[in-house]
Design a protein around this ligand. Structure first.
Ligand code: C2E
Ligand code: CA
Ligand code: CA
Ligand code: CA
Length: 279
């Protein structure tokens, strides 16, 4: 296809080919994104659940990766994280994200926590435990202030290895949280095999609160489950005051979502973290 010009083939090129080429280009661009300073982190607050969430209720932030592509503009992490996973780029990218997030959080008032997402591929490649350990030392962040969010995908590939890794991470003093709880199949098995510090109820259940009674029953049950296991429960995707009130009245521990605060550059939360970031 090299001899043909882009313009002339695009008319006849099957959609599949175009998509594949698109992905290839996007993938090349992603490999230079870190170097070119196109990646950044947004931060979304997590707060203790109460009917009126105040600044003082904020317990920490989740770091969420952002990619501003030089010509395409904003590319969603829902699109580029899977691409980075397939290509193995996630290892380098994940290291950048972890370091950046820990550096940032090390400057916040001490009780504030930072949550960082870990992909399954980061788990299976490289020495994650040593990486986390050295970044904590390098940034001076107390281990107890770092929370690593994993999905059950991490445990699906190689259960024994996954659990062993989680134990070693926990031994460093960091907290482990199960993300997207309820969205997969085996979550309950995993809860039995590993002492998670936190469970994040998937947004899908929160969205339907008030719309269908099943969701309310499920959310109530997961909160009860969490309390029984002595695990803190955080609801994701809280968008309305009604949802917040329901969760608070059911005894949900934490909340996160647009109603509390959107993911944004940390400068937007300067009042909460005490200053404007310099990193
Ligand atoms: P996630 O870890 O489940 O992150 C929560 C997602 O929900 C974020 O989407 C966030 O912006 C969005 N969100 C938060 N509150 C609300 C709300 O009230 N309503 C709605 N509709 N959405 C809300 P985002 O930032 O687009 O990230 C999507 C996914 O990409 C994340 O899902 C996570 O799986 C992945 N991701 C993002 N950043 C990273 C990262 O640094 N590393 C890794 N490995 N994955 C990441
Ligand atoms: Ca997450
Ligand atoms: Ca989630
Ligand atoms: Ca997710």
């Amino acid at each position: 296809a090299k001899s043909r010009s882009r313009g002339s083939i695009s008319v006849f090129e099957p959609e599949m080919d175009r998509q594949l080429r698109d992905r290839r280009v996007l993938h090349q661009d992603l490999s230079t994104a870190i170097r070119n300073g196109e990646l950044s982190l947004h931060y979304q607050p997590q707060a203790r659940a109460s009917e009126n969430v105040l600044d003082a209720d904020v317990t920490g932030f989740e770091a969420l990766a952002r990619w501003i592509h030089p010509t395409r503009g904003f590319v969603s992490p829902g699109d580029f994280i899977p691409l980075a996973e397939e290509s193995g780029l996630i290892v380098e990218m994940g290291e950048w994200i972890l370091r950046q997030a820990c550096r940032e959080a090390a400057s916040w008032p001490v009780p504030l926590q930072i949550a960082v997402n870990l992909s399954p591929a980061q788990f299976m490649h490289g020495d994650l435990v040593n990486l986390v350990h050295s970044i904590l030392i390098e940034t001076g962040l107390a281990p107890g202030r770092l929370e690593l969010e994993i999905t059950e995908g991490v445990l699906i590939e190689d259960f024994d290895r996954g659990v062993a890794l989680l134990r070693r991470l926990k031994a460093l003093g960091v907290r482990i949280s199960m993300d997207d709880f309820g969205s997969g199949y085996s979550s309950l098995t995993y809860l039995q095999s590993f002492p998670f510090d936190k469970i994040k109820i998937d947004r899908a259940f929160v969205i339907n609160l008030g719309l269908n009674p099943q969701s309310a029953a499920i959310v109530r049950a997961v909160i009860g489950l969490g309390h029984g296991l002595d695990v803190s429960i955080v609801a994701e995707g809280v968008e309305t005051h009604e949802q917040l009130c329901f969760l608070a009245s059911e005894g949900c521990d934490g909340v996160q979502g647009y109603f509390i605060g959107r993911p944004a550059p940390i400068a937007q939360y300067a009042a909460l973290v005490g200053r404007v970031s310099s990193v």
